[in-house]
Structures are given as structure tokens and as C-alpha cells.
Design a protein around this ligand. Structure first.
Ligand code: SF4
Length: 491
């Protein structure tokens, strides 16, 4: 998972791009980067959180009114400094590009770029491949002068990318002397929202980002979503061009609503917070139907993504909501830390049970999802240690059975508990008195019930095994998993 942003403004953009990284920090804590331009390109990037990478001194060097930023959590490529985005190339024009997603035909594209186009790849990152493809298609012996002509060239370059590249990719790019460019893959899998504000001189500033949580504080008004297959170009003078180059089904990632996105974000014209409330409501209704006799004393969320669903779950059941597990917010999200050992270690550091809320009570835990099962099992054990009489477990998301190859780090089938065990086996493994998962239809209903959205069918390949780009079979999955393992091990 990653977070991207791009800004065109009448004033310096570096500070606002830094704020974007801070607000998108939950999408990637591994590395961060900002690239801006005036007459030249200015870049600063490094490993760690925004506050560790940027300081007053290096921020001053990021001059210019157009720029892009990136938060990184690697789902492809390695973990080194060289893989930190934005990537850039000096031919043609000078292009910097940042990307959120995963290219599923990365290997074939790499062959093509290195063998046919004689370009050198410096990293294992699919973003570098995307940048070279983009740069290659923009290369012309007689470069266009006007913005209209340049937009035509952009349309043909991005159309070629849409034809060639499979997988998920939301992109922000800047081209020196030309402006800001954004596009989203034809299925619209990873999010990309847009906003604008008046610049006080009759013109407008524009922002594009993975989520819109920072819009309010930066004074931007949300203007909906970049559509799947859409290209938007803001030229150097603030003139905006846009075209939906390909029209396919709109299949945004459902897991953004379950886990990744911040609850205050609106993605694909649907409020994440409201979607989570509806998830809790649907789950509670199903619980009441299936277990009319099982009424807990309290409902406790597995903090903090599940807080919202647990709140509506408790309300629907008429049971007290309790923050019986206190979360130390200074420890990173376990799902987002590379490596199983770190994940295992950090649950007890991260969550502290409140004995008064738990002892002698029938406790129902609401969790957003169960991916590997380790965290859930430890939570149950902690509750038992602290004297819970019975422990029920309700999950706002259906069983995660298949890996994601579209930009979320759940790489191998072997690691997914629901890919290897039945629900009854999982119930036993977690040592709970009762386990219930959300049904897929109820999750989709919760996400799509309200909002002025255009979603045809969300991507839920990790839940139902249907990969919306039609780009997976068992052999391909084996190869992708092997590649991911190799990246993780740094080979
Ligand atoms: Fe999202 Fe799952 Fe689809 Fe990946 S496979 S994009 S996590 S819904």
C-alpha cells in the first residue's frame, strides 16, 4: 500500500505535499518522498516517517508550485533507499512519477523495456517500469508546443499504457515545463480523489491524492474521484484537460473500506466511516439472526480500525460498547510492518486489556478482518488472561482467502488463515466460543448502499478469488508469490 499526492498551486507546494504525506502516513511508513519543480527538478526522499525524512533545511530546497509526493509501503520491489518514490528520468523533458498499486505483468514489461527499448532499470520497482513506459511514449522528435497538442500526446501515451499494463495503478506525475499529470487504471482499483480551491486571483489550485483527509486543513474543496481510465492534465498555467480514455467496469478495492483508508476519508464518493458503520450494522443483524440466544455483556473493538463497526454493532445489538483494549498509538500498525516476527512481537506492546471491562463478562470482539490470525488469537488469549467468561468474535469482513496482487501486502496463500482452514477450524484456532464472519453480499451492500458513486462491482479478489483484471491463474499466482518472497528476502 502506498499514498500518493500531486498539487498544482499558485504558491510553493512543498509544505502542502509534506502535509499530504503526514495525512497519508497510515498508507505507508517505510519511506517518503517529495519532488517539485520550477526551472529544475528538486527531490528529497528517504526511509522512515515523514518527520524523519524531512526537515526545515531540506524542505527549503523543494521550491516550485507543482509537485508530487509518495508514502511507501512496498508491495513490489525491495526495501532499500533506491526504491523510494517518486522516480524520475531526465529524458524526455524531465519526468517524475509516483504510483500506488502493483503491475501484474511487471516481468513481461521489464523484458520489453530492457531488451526492445534498451532502457536500463536501476531497481526491481514496478514504478520505474511504469515511468520508462510513460517516458518512452512521450518521446517525440518534434515535441508539441501548445498545451492542447501536449494533451493529445499524453492521451496517446496513457492509452498505450492502458493497453499494455495490467494490474492496479493510480499515478501522479510532473513533467518539467509542462505541468501535472494524473491517471488511474481502467478498473480504478486503487483510490485517487481530487479537490480544488480558489487562488484568490480568479484562478484555481488543484490537488489529487489517495485520500482526501488533508483537503479541509489545506483549504481544498473535495471534487469527487478520478474515474477509472481517466487522464487529467493541469498545464503550467493552470488550464485543466481531462479525458476518460477507457471505459470498463469500475472495480475499486473493497479492502480500503474494511481496513486501509482513514475513516474520515471519502473514496470513490463513498464515506469510509459510513461504510464501516453499515458493516457493523449488517454484521449485528446477521449475528442476531444466527445467535438470538448469544447476547454479550459488552462489545469491544479490536482497535482501532474496527472501532466504527463495533460502535454500530453494539448499538444494533443493544449492548454496551467498551474500549476494553487500549491501543498505544505510538506503535505502528502490525499489518503494515514487514516481517512476521515483528508482527508477532508487537501485539502485546500495542494493546493493553482493561481488566475492569473484561473480568467475568461475556465479551464480543469486533475485528475489521482476519488476515493471518495471529493478532486475533493473541487478543482472545489476552481476554481470557484478564478473566473474560466467554469470548465471541465477529469480523466485519468475509474470510480473506486469496492473496492480493493489486497493491496490498498479503502475499502468499500459505499465510492467509482462511485460505488454509475452514471457519470451524479458525474458530478452534482462535480459541473463541463463537466466530462469525460478514457475508460477502452484506459487505458489498454496506459499502455501496449510499453515496453518489459509480461502482459497478468492487474488487474483492482476496475474498472471492475473482481477479478483476482477468490476469491471474494458478501458475501466475505461484510466480507472483515467488517474486514477492524474493523481494522480501532481499534477493
Ligand atoms: Fe483490495 Fe483485495 Fe482487491 Fe487487493 S484483492 S485490491 S486487497 S479487494
Amino acid at each position: 500500500m502506498c499514498g500518493i499526492a500531486g498539487i498544482y498551486s499558485h504558491k510553493s507546494v512543498a509544505g502542502e505535499l509534506y502535509d499530504c504525506i503526514v495525512h497519508l502516513q497510515h498508507r505507508g511508513q517505510d519511506a517518503a518522498g517529495i519532488t517539485t519543480y520550477d526551472e529544475r527538478m528538486h527531490k528529497e526522499k528517504g526511509m522512515g516517517l515523514a518527520k524523519e525524512v524531512f526537515n526545515e533545511k531540506n524542505m527549503k530546497l523543494l521550491t516550485g508550485n507543482i509537485g508530487i509526493s509518495h508514502n511507501r509501503y512496498p508491495t513490489h520491489g525491495g526495501f532499500s533507499h533506491g526504491e523510494v518514490q517518486p522516480f524520475w528520468t531526465s529524458v524526455p523533458y524531465g519526468i517524475a512519477l509516483a504510483h500506488n498499486g502493483n503491475l501484474t505483468n511487471y516481468k513481461d514489461l521489464t523484458e520489453e523495456i530492457t531488451k526492445q527499448d534498451s532502457r536500463y532499470l536501476n531497481t526491481n520497482s514496478d514504478t520505474e517500469v511504469l515511468l520508462h513506459l510513460f517516458a518512452d511514449k512521450l518521446h517525440e522528435d518534434n515535441p508539441p508546443e501548445s498545451s492542447e497538442e501536449f494533451f493529445e500526446l499524453l492521451c496517446s501515451a496513457v492509452s498505450a499504457i492502458f493497453k499494455k499494463v495490467t494490474g492496479a495503478y493510480s499515478v501522479t506525475a510532473m513533467i518539467i515545463g509542462k505541468g501535472l499529470v494524473v491517471f488511474r487504471d481502467p478498473n480504478g482499483i486503487r483510490p485517487l480523489v481530487k479537490g480544488e480551491r480558489s487562488n484568490g486571483n480568479g484562478g484555481k489550485d488543484y490537488i489529487f491524492a489517495s485520500e482526501n483527509s488533508m483537503f479541509y486543513s489545506l483549504g481544498y474543496e473535495p471534487k469527487g474521484t478520478v474515474l477509472p481510465g481517466e487522464l487529467i492534465y493541469v498545464d503550467n498555467d493552470g488550464q485543466v484537460f481531462n479525458k476518460r480514455l477507457v471505459k470498463k467496469d469500475f472495480n475499486p478495492c473493497i479492502f480500503e473500506y474494511v481496513y486501509f483508508a482513514r475513516p474520515d476519508a471519502t473514496l470513490n464518493d463513498i464515506s469510509v466511516y459510513r461504510a464501516r458503520l453499515r458493516m457493523g450494522q449488517n454484521l449485528a443483524r446477521a449475528w442476531k439472526e444466527k445467535h438470538p440466544e448469544k447476547k454479550p455483556d459488552i462489545v469491544i473493538p479490536a482497535p482501532s480500525t474496527a472501532n466504527t463497526s463495533a460502535l454500530s454493532f453494539a448499538h444494533e445489538l443493544g449492548v454496551r460498547y467498551s474500549e476494553g483494549l487500549y491501543k498505544n498509538t505510538f506503535i505502528g500498525r502490525t499489518f503494515i510492518m514487514p516481517g512476521q516476527n515483528e508482527r508477532k512481537k508487537s501485539v502485546k506492546y500495542k494493546l493493553v486489556p482493561q481488566e475492569l471491562e473484561i473480568r467475568d463478562k461475556i465479551v464480543l470482539i469486533v475485528d475489521d478482518s482476519i488476515v493471518r490470525g495471529n493478532t486475533s488469537r493473541e487478543i482472545v488469549r489476552m481476554l481470557r488472561d484478564f478473566g473474560a467468561q466467554e469470548v465471541y468474535f465477529a469480523v466485519a469482513c468475509p474470510p480473506v482467502k486469496s492473496p492480493c496482487f493489486y497493491g496490498v501486502d498479503m502475499p502468499t496463500r500459505g499465510e492467509l488463515i482462511a485460505g488454509n482452514k475452514s471457519e470451524i477450524e479458525i474458530e478452534k484456532y482462535l480459541e473463541v466460543d463463537s466466530l462469525m464472519y460478514q457475508k460477502i453480499d452484506n459487505l458489498v451492500e454496506a459499502v455501496t448502499r449510499k453515496g453518489d458513486h459509480h461502482i459497478d462491482r468492487p474488487c474483492m479478489a482476496c475474498l472471492d478469488g475473482y481477479y478483476v483484471c482477468n490476469d491471474m491463474d494458478d501458475e501466475k499466482m505461484d510466480k507472483m508469490e515467488a517474486m514477492r518472497e524474493k523481494d522480501r528476502n532481499g534477493n
